[in-house]
Design a protein around this ligand. Structure first.
Ligand SMILES: Nc1ncnc2c1ncn2[C@@H]1O[C@H](COP(=O)(O)OP(=O)(O)OP(=O)(O)O)[C@@H](O)[C@H]1O
Ligand SMILES: [Mg+2]
Length: 271
């Protein structure tokens, strides 16, 4: 099996990027895979979920990225990856608030700025050490997210079925086109769109979902079954645990949904 990098993207906030990235990482681990979570969001929500002892004083991805850019020598600080990497059921390279200054910090760099993360992952040897690297993105389509897209083989787009979602999904596809137009041979594949926090009893949500499905099928992409508003998910996130850390029957359906998502990813990766 080839190793894969997958990012969770949506410029809209609160659609479940972090929650789904976290549980998907654990599902892949349950399927016997070696998984690294990479937190690209300055809010550091994924870092807090994966490592209960996470502190904003920890060394983070930001300094590793800065160290990887030769032209930023003045800002380099000696730092081993092992000093940043947290080991656990799934491993983690945490984020920090500094990442919000990434765009500004690299603004004058000549090296292609969208490729900084890609080159770091290749040169650091991290790609060789894991079956999957799961990247959680901030709610923007700025330079950090463009870096995530350029470094990734696959993209998963969680979304909420509301009035603004279609606009967001369209904007995402424009950015994907822009990346293809850069002529670097980079074009991550969209693995799935996942309707999340979905309430099928609401007429407006059904209408929004239909509009999005129509648009997405015109792009020849899949919409997966998705997740409704599940108390199990909320309970597990509040406890900073994956749904696999709860054994009760209440969690069985949601564990199975995430395992099936893991299997979909495996099929995509092997296909
Ligand atoms: N299917 C679900 N059922 C119940 N609660 C959910 C579900 N998905 C996400 N949540 C909750 O919704 C909130 C937002 O989710 P999350 O933080 O994963 O979104 P996000 O897209 O990562 O947000 P941001 O853009 O700010 O990073 C969280 O409190 C999370 O626990
Ligand atoms: Mg998030």
């Amino acid at each position: 099996m080839s190793k894969k990098i997958i990012c969770f993207v949506n410029q809209k906030g609160g659609v479940g990027k972090t929650t789904l990235a976290f549980n998907t990482a654990h599902a892949l681990q349950k399927l016997g895979k070696n998984v690294l979570c990479l937190d690209l969001d300055p809010q550091a929500n994924l870092s807090m979920l994966v490592n209960k002892n996470y502190s904003s004083d920890n060394e983070s991805l930001f300094q590793l990225l800065i160290n990887s850019v030769k032209e930023l020598k003045a800002l380099h600080r000696s730092l081993l990856i092992s000093e940043v990497l947290h080991r656990g059921v799934v491993d983690l390279i945490p984020s920090s608030q500094d990442l919000s200054g990434f765009e500004l910090t690299v603004s004058a760099v000549q090296f292609p700025r969208p490729l900084i993360l890609k080159r770091f992952l290749e040169n650091s040897g991290l790609i060789d050490r894991y079956d999957y690297i799961i990247i959680d993105c901030p709610p923007t389509l700025g330079l950090l997210v463009v870096n995530a897209l350029c470094a990734s083989d696959g993209v998963i787009i969680p979304f909420k079925a509301d009035d603004f979602s279609l606009q967001g999904v369209k904007h995402f596809y424009q950015v994907l086109e822009d990346i293809k137009d850069m002529g670097l041979g980079i074009s991550p594949e969209v693995i799935s769109h996942i309707p999340n926090l979905y309430d099928h009893r609401r007429k407006s949500e059904n209408e929004s979902l239909d509009l999005i499905k129509n648009f997405i099928s015109s792009e020849n992409k899949n919409v997966s079954l998705g997740f409704s508003n599940r108390s199990g998910i909320l309970k597990s996130v509040n406890a900073k645990k994956s749904v696999f850390e709860f054994e009760s029957n209440e969690f069985k359906p949601i564990r199975e949904e995430f395992l099936s998502m893991g299997k979909t990813i495996e099929e995509w990766a092997n296909g």
